[in-house]
Design a binder for this molecule. Structure first.
Ligand code: GLU
Length: 429
């Protein structure tokens, strides 16, 4: 008998495999079809609630004003305030931010965190900007969004090329306008300003917890499991070092300049130290250099793309050799590639679960800020582990019961939860 899931997958026509919003919508549509989602709910959940575009004048160090384009998309509020990071990059687009905002909605629902989804972005090249320029950019962007963000409205966090300092500036700007300190307006802040212990490592740690579960499910042992990590930033770098500590064999890792490979396992702390001092992996002495594309196609048990969107596509999916694909990045796999991976039998830990550790600890940070009472790092990590393991098992159970691939299962679980809230609240139409 034909496999109904394979037929579902074949419905993908590959219209624009690399447009992140289309990629998100493609998965959303499939999950909605399989759920038999009510057409009214479908119409509401398929689109963002609000798309904000701002033009941000910034006084550059030369004394001239430059105007940057920025976005904040608030996809859904059914389960709570919008939540999601802000990224700074030259190629940020509204479609990308829309997709990322929707992914936040589904991600928060998968791990059962009481938030909706949002995302922000500014089109800029942070590597070409001074600290002062970045601060002025961040503060003016925040000022433009004052009416739309807040602990009960929309709570930004770090994403690509933003971090604790960026969050401190946003928190301060928002607080100055509110005339009192509002630390719960953002998460991922420095610990001294109301940040949470363990937040910085949370995405990498959450990734490790889901990989541990998948490895157990496939009856592998960490010490016999080879891992390739694409990316060495907050997700890839921290993920790789936590996996290394746990006894996994990290055989490959990369940064923007390219990758390195060593079949006997890399000394991850030494690699990260080298990267820290030279700012590139290029020239690392104790491993073979490999290109970023080539790295993804090497033999390994676990492949963890932790960089950016569209890394595993129609073009290279059939060359992927891993048993487990653990998506540390948002949207690293295109819908066309999903079908190929499914047919190859790769166990996919979908992004909206694999990288949900970050937003889970963001939720803990927001809770701690509102209580004014802070937990130890052990407490945070313990709660994170419980949340990730429970969500992994729910997802695995759902996918087995409904005989759907894990990505579709994650979307179905998430959409069902958001739809349930929306239905109970009623549509104010
Ligand atoms: N930017 C992260 C993500 O994509 C974290 C978002 C948050 O903590 O709100 O999940």
């Amino acid at each position: 008998m034909a496999n109904p899931m394979a037929d579902e997958m074949r419905r993908f026509k590959g219209n624009d495999d690399k447009n992140p919003f289309e990629a998100m919508s493609e998965r959303f549509d499939r999950a909605a079809r399989l759920l038999g989602l009510d057409p009214d709910l479908y119409a509401v959940l398929r689109v963002p609630s609000r798309e904000i575009k701002v033009y941000i004048p910034v006084k550059m160090d030369t004394g001239h004003i430059e105007v940057f384009e920025g976005y904040r998309v608030q996809h859904n509020f059914a389960r709570g305030p919008a939540k999601g990071g802000i990224r700074y990059a030259p190629d940020v687009s509204l479609d990308e931010v829309k997709a990322l905002a929707a992914w936040m909605t589904w991600k928060c629902a998968v791990v059962n965190v009481p938030f909706g989804g949002g995302k922000g972005g500014i089109v800029c090249d942070p590597r070409q900007m001074s600290e002062g320029e970045l601060e002025r950019l961040t503060r003016r962007y925040t000022a433009e969004l004052l009416d739309f963000i807040g602990p009960n409205k929309d709570v930004p966090a770090p994403d690509m090329n933003t971090g604790e300092q960026t969050m401190a500036w946003i928190m301060d700007t928002f607080s100055m306008h509110s005339r009192h300190t509002v630390n719960a307006v953002v998460t991922g802040k420095p610990v001294a300003l109301g940040g949470s212990e363990g937040r910085r490592e949370a995405t990498g740690r959450g990734l490790l917890f889901t990989i541990d579960e998948a490895v157990r499910a496939l009856k592998l042992k960490p010490s016999e499991t080879s891992v390739i990590v694409q990316g060495s930033g907050n997700v890839g770098g921290i993920g790789a070092s936590l996996m290394h500590e746990k006894g996994y064999k990290i055989v490959g890792i990369s940064d923007i300049s390219g990758g390195i490979y060593s079949p006997n396992g890399l000394d991850v702390p030494a690699v990260l130290e080298f990267l820290h001092t030279t700012r590139s992996l290029e020239g690392y002495p104790n491993a073979e250099p490999v290109g970023n594309a080539e790295l993804l196609e090497l033999e390994c048990d676990v492949l963890a793309p932790c960089a950016t969107e569209n890394q595993i596509t129609l073009e290279n999916a059939n060359k992927i050799k891993c048993k487990i694909l653990a998506e540390g990045a948002n949207g690293p796999t295109t819908p066309g590639a999903d079908e190929i991976l499914y047919e190859k039998g790769v166990f996919v830990i979908p992004d909206i679960l694999a990288n949900a550790g970050g937003v889970t600890v963001s939720y803990f940070e927001w809770v701690q800020d509102r209580m004014g009472y802070f937990w130890s790092e052990n407490e945070v990590n313990k709660r994170l582990r419980e949340a990730m393991v429970a969500s992994f098992n729910e997802l695995k159970g759902f996918s087995e019961r409904h005989k759907v691939d894990t990505r579709t299962a994650a979307y179905m679980m998430a959409i069902d939860r958001v739809a349930y809230h929306t239905k109970m609240r009623g549509i104010y139409a």
